[in-house]
Design a protein. Structure first.
Length: 399
């Protein structure tokens, strides 16, 4: 009776709503608007090698807790009351996690780690309970996942009660454990391992979830540029910088959305092992896309605050590094889902690398304009080449 009762918690496979993103999922994502804002500000305020390492670790953690939840709602229906309440509880924990980001390596480490472990372990145990008696294979999968997350949680909590390098190393170990787990099939002695065939996912749902997360990140870039422009004294240079920041964000949107995510959804829906492809394209390949956007937000802050300065390697790490990491992520994402890494993106990376030769002959705002120009060229190149090869009016199934 318990199993049959919990069948209603499952997302209906094969129905027209299988890939639909619910309002509850969108509401849940609001917490991560705050997370992205906190991450970009934390990196901008501590833009050093150590600050970058800490920010990268936090980006990995935030992405991991979000994408695991996206996978869970691929199986469980967020419109069912128990699942909805679970998401609300996760939202509160996510708010604690997000608020702790600026001082995660300081006094608020225990709040960050505690919220993170609670979200990861609690959600996985809930999902295992929801699948027990309903889907034996996925129930075993989530028991394995919970085991790995409990193991990594020991390192998170241990790191939180330590300080300095000890915290850094313990949290780094926790991340390595969690990121290695899917590649190892979440193997647990006595429970075996998961295989790609076990993960029957809705590619359209995961594609839309990840696309909406990228929208959140790009939205933070737009909001930050607008906020800074509103606070700065009006001048022709500030107008130029503002336009540069906006055009750069639009170019990133175009590169990701014009051809990337819809093709990925279609490919996964028709792949023999959708779980394996989804793991590579969405779970892993989106990390550099996210990191590139966050670094570009930092770049926009530097463009406003140091526009007249001569560009150096420190500035270039953000101004050129953000677009470069973003393009690397898109190369991985599109290569995994089409089998052909876009030549335009490779050319864009070469162009950004060549801009290093302009240091320190150009001012920061000029370097920003040149980096944005590279992104615009990449977007136009890809649009022109793929529009010729695949007319936009052709249905997705004929691509």
């Amino acid at each position: 009776m318990v199993g049959r009762g919990k069948e209603s918690w499952q997302r209906a496979k094969g129905s027209k709503n299988e890939s639909k993103v619910s309002f509850v999922e969108l509401f849940f994502d609001l917490v991560f608007v705050f997370s992205i804002s906190q991450l970009s500000h934390a990196l901008a305020n501590h833009f050093t090698l150590l600050g970058a390492l800490e920010a990268i670790m936090l980006v990995f953690a935030v992405w991991w807790v979000w994408v695991f939840t996206a996978w869970v709602t691929n199986w469980l229906d967020p419109d069912r009351m128990p699942v909805r309440i679970m998401l609300f509880v996760l939202m509160f924990a996510g708010l604690v996690l997000s608020a702790s980001i600026p001082d995660a390596f300081g006094e608020k480490g225990i709040f960050f780690a505690g919220a993170y472990v609670f979200m990861q372990v609690g959600r996985s145990l809930f999902t295992a309970y929801a699948l027990k008696g309903v889907s034996a294979g996925n129930y075993r999968n989530f028991i394995r996942i919970s085991s790995w997350l409990i193991f990594s949680g020991i390192f998170w909590i241990a790191g939180a009660v330590m300080e300095g390098e000890a915290r850094l190393m313990l949290w780094l170990a926790a991340l390595v454990i969690e990121y290695a787990a899917p590649a190892l099939g979440f193997r647990v002695p006595g429970l075996g391992k998961s295989t790609a065939a076990d993960w029957n996912v809705s590619g359209a749902h995961l594609a839309e979830r990840c696309a909406l997360f990228i929208i959140i990140c790009l939205g933070e870039a737009v909001l930050q540029a607008g906020k800074t422009f509103a606070e700065e004294p009006l001048s022709p240079l500030m107008v130029v910088v503002f336009i540069t920041a906006f055009v750069g964000t639009v170019a990133m949107w175009w590169i990701y959305f014009q051809f990337g995510h819809e093709r990925a959804a279609h490919r996964i829906e028709h792949d023999e092992t959708p779980g394996s492809l989804a793991r590579q394209a969405f779970t892993y390949a989106h990390i550099p896309i996210l990191a590139g956007i966050i670094l570009s937000v930092v770049s926009d802050e530097l463009l406003f605050s140091h526009s007249h300065d001569r560009a150096d390697m420190h500035i270039a790490a953000a101004v050129l590094g953000g677009p470069a990491i973003f393009l690397i992520g898109n190369l991985w994402f599109k290569g995994a889902t089409t089998g052909r890494p876009p030549l335009s993106h490779l050319a864009g990376l070469v162009g950004l690398a060549l801009l290093l030769l302009t240091l320190p002959m150009v001012a920061v705002y000029q370097l920003g304009i040149l980096a944005t120009a590279v992104l615009v060229v990449v977007a136009i190149w890809e649009y022109a080449s793929l529009t010729r090869a695949v007319p936009l009016a052709r249905p997705p199934g004929n691509h």
